[in-house]
Design a binder for this molecule. Structure first.
Ligand code: ADP
Ligand code: ASP
Ligand code: MG
Length: 455
């Protein structure tokens, strides 16, 4: 069996859905399990609806909901136009289902304060809509497709908007549900991103979480491979939205891909590789707009060569400097610092230290006020805003001759606020001013990948 996950752009409209469906239909002999995201930008739209409701802008929220509904009904119309005949009963059924999804959404949308569980229900509408419409289209085309509610498989804790899977229960439920569905149908489709607690309360796996869902299901069913279908020809030497002449990567190790994603590359959710790696299942990143491209295989590190693979970036970070003379010759200072970050649920990315100071970076989306207040009780703290972090990722980059020389020549005109190399030699990161990030990224890419110096 294989798991095939399709992201938002791969199911953005009727044309994209039909392209996706034909990719799946060409692989029916491999027994695909489909995992889909919401149509492109729909999840953003649902977050916006919540914000509008919270700001008591009821009319704007209602308009946004109506536009989302019209978009999905429009996709059904466009799909119907491609069928030789429309089955009126099935057409009514899918329209009824879309209606019910929006009714549920509205029931959970309150003025003012909504619970995180309510928000999870509202935001999950995107994946319920896209998966229901694709299942409808596939069945209309004669591909017997079973639609499965991901909440019956993906068991999580109750951190509603960024839930963590409960592995044992998840494996048990997902393997049973997939087995039962595939016994009845040629293929099955479920939603990425969505889960539920053991007592059935709706949860989400965090933004971009559909990749993670695919990998969790792949692990549960011992899939032969997991395919992540997106809008680029596999993982590239940098984000093609910023750098023009990127090259495709044939192979990456699980560790390299995880590091790349953890340090900002949006192409994969950072937790995707963990379940796959547990069972040594290969993960392929492929392009639904160009299915003949071989994409990138993510495999065990033993099969992957050493050296630089890709550049990733985090475009808005903060640098927190913690200074105290008391740090000199005292035991347990670091512990105090990290306890404070943990108490305030602040996740730290890079770290460097000297005799009397510790410097860390954190993603700007986190609220650091509490942590800074806590740290200020025993140290002098400053926070530098508007910084960006660029990471050079690759197995054993320590062995790459001349790497630091290349970094310094590429950034000769820019300030470097911090340099950090991780101890497993997978990642060398630098911190620069945010407005300079794209330029530095391009220069680094040119130096490392375009002049043949390191190939
Ligand atoms: P999906 O909706 O299919 O999940 P995403 O937008 O989450 O797609 O991820 C795909 C995007 O990731 C690409 O369009 C690209 O801009 C971005 N990206 C960032 N870094 C890389 C990289 N190294 N290689 C390929 N794509 C990357
Ligand atoms: N639709 C969700 C998001 O936009 C999950 C995903 O696409 O992976 O974050
Ligand atoms: Mg994604």
């Amino acid at each position: 069996m294989i798991v095939m996950k399709f992201g938002g752009t791969s199911v953005a409209d009727a044309t994209a859905m039909l392209r996706t469906i034909s990719i799946v239909e060409s692989k029916l002999s491999q027994k695909p399990v489909m995992v889909v995201s919401a149509c492109a930008k729909v999840t953003d739209g649902l977050y916006e609806v919540i914000q509008l409701a919270e700001a008591c802008k009821q009319e704007s929220a209602a308009d946004a909901i109506a536009a989302l509904k019209a978009r999905h009904l429009g996709i059904v119309d466009d799909l119907n136009a491609t069928f030789t005949a429309v089955n009126e009963r099935k057409n009514r059924e899918i329209r009824g289902k879309i209606d019910r999804i929006f009714t549920t959404l509205k029931e959970h949308l309150n003025e003012g304060n909504m619970s995180e569980c309510d928000k999870a229900v509202i935001i999950s509408s995107g994946e319920y809509l896209s998966s229901s419409i694709i299942a409808y289209a596939m069945n209309m085309r004669g591909t017997r497709t079973g639609w499965v509610d991901a909440r019956t498989m993906i068991v999580t804790d109750d951190d509603y908007l960024k839930a963590n899977p409960v592995s044992e229960a998840l494996e048990k439920h997902a393997s049973r549900v997939v087995k039962e569905t595939c016994a009845k149908y040629t293929t099955m489709i479920t939603q990425g991103f969505i889960g539920a607690t053991a007592d059935g309360k709706p949860t989400l796996l965090g933004r971009g979480g559909s990749d993670y869902s695919a990998s969790l299901i792949g692990m549960a069913i011992d899939a032969d491979r997991i395919e992540i279908w997106t809008d680029v020809d596999g993982v590239r030497t940098a984000d093609p939205r910023i750098v023009n002449d990127t090259k495709g990567l044939h192979k990456l190790s699980y560790e390299e891909a995880t590091e790349m994603a953890r340090f900002g590359a949006k192409v994969l959710h950072p937790l995707t590789l963990e379940p796959a790696q547990k069972k040594n299942i290969p993960v392929y990143v492929l392009n639904s707009m160009n299915p003949s491209n071989e994409g990138t295989a993510i495999l065990s590190r033993a099969i992957v060569f050493d050296g630089i693979k890709t550049l990733s970036y985090m475009e808005n970070i903060r640098v927190i400097n913690i200074y105290s003379m008391k740090m000199i010759n005292t035991v347990g200072f670091m512990e105090k610092v990290f306890k404070t970050f943990a108490e305030h649920k602040v996740s730290v990315d890079l770290l460097s230290s000297s005799e009397a100071s510790i410097t860390v970076t954190v993603d700007a989306s986190q609220n650091v006020d509490g942590a800074v207040k806590g740290l200020s009780r025993f140290a002098d703290v400053t926070v530098d805003r508007d910084k960006a972090q660029i990471s050079i990722i690759g197995k054993n980059i320590i062995g790459v001759r001349g790497l630091l020389a290349a970094v310094f020549t590429a950034v000769v005109d820019s300030k470097i606020y911090m340099i950090s190399q991780d101890t497993t030699y997978l990642n060398l990161s630098i911190v620069v001013d945010r407005p300079e990030m794209s330029d530095v990224l391009r220069k680094l890419h040119q130096k490392i990948f375009e002049n043949g110096y390191f190939s």
